[in-house]
Design a protein around this ligand. Structure first.
Ligand code: HEM
Length: 204
């Protein structure tokens, strides 16, 4: 299974240059790594997830991204990242397209999550934007299930994802230096990971 690089190694490289990201990364490493072993992701990595379960995974992702729309908008507004907001909307749209490609219906969208405050929303945004990095790994792992990119355009991402991630990280650091404490950011990032785990659970 694909693994992240050693977190201690990443932390030591980023601690001085990126204190906010470094803190978010360190505080969410264990829940992030645990998600790699969540049933659908473990099954994809082992090339044994079936189509019906893949569709359920896309439904969980659609419900997740839909429920966080307001948070994403608040975080992008606070960091003045309109292009990132557009990219997040495109990701959600691609989930709908992928579901349609696989002849699946859109799942009902539950209640939207409300932002606690801007810092919390930016913390959530960290988790959401970061997840596009892992998406590219999953895209490749899905070669066994889908003959073409159709049905997995969400995971494919776009050529601009790396650039947007770097820009997000830069704004995150600038924002972090204005904050008295990184705790609300960390709590937001944590919430977004936990919320993802519960969306997965609800769509099993
Ligand atoms: C099995 C599924 C997953 C895989 C294989 C995976 C893989 C990866 C990889 C390869 C990176 C880039 C690491 C680096 O370059 O240092 C990454 C980063 C990240 N992923 Fe995942 N990921 C998965 C699931 C998720 C999920 C479900 C979320 C959130 C809901 C998530 C959030 C993040 C975040 C926030 C980062 C950025 C961490 C940082 O600050 O460097 N990932 N992931």
């Amino acid at each position: 299974m694909t693994r992240l690089r050693d977190p201690a190694d990443r932390r030591s490289r980023q601690r001085s240059a990126q204190p906010a990201r470094s803190a978010l990364q360190a505080e969410t490493t264990s829940i992030h790594e645990a998600l790699h072993d969540a049933p659908p992701f473990a099954a994809i990595a082992e090339q044994r997830l079936r189509s019906s379960d893949y569709t359920r995974l896309l439904s969980a992702l659609f419900a997740y991204h839909s429920s966080l729309q307001f948070i994403v908008a608040a975080g992008c507004r606070r960091l003045e990242l309109q292009a990132l907001l557009n990219a997040c909307e495109l990701r959600r749209h691609r989930l709908a397209v992928d579901l349609a490609t696989l002849n699946a219906q859109l799942p009902p969208v539950g209640k939207s999550v409300a932002a606690v405050d801007d810092a919390w929303a930016v913390g959530c945004l960290y988790t959401l934007v970061g997840s596009s990095l892992g998406g590219k790994v999953i895209f490749r792992q899905l070669d066994y299930l889908l003959p073409t990119p159709a049905g997995r355009t969400f995971f494919a991402g776009t050529a601009g994802d790396g650039e947007r991630w770097r820009e997000f990280c830069n704004r995150l650091e600038a924002f972090g230096t204005e904050q008295q404490s990184l705790t609300p950011l960390i709590e937001g990032a944590h919430f977004a990971f936990e919320h993802f785990a519960s969306c997965l659970e609800r769509h099993r």
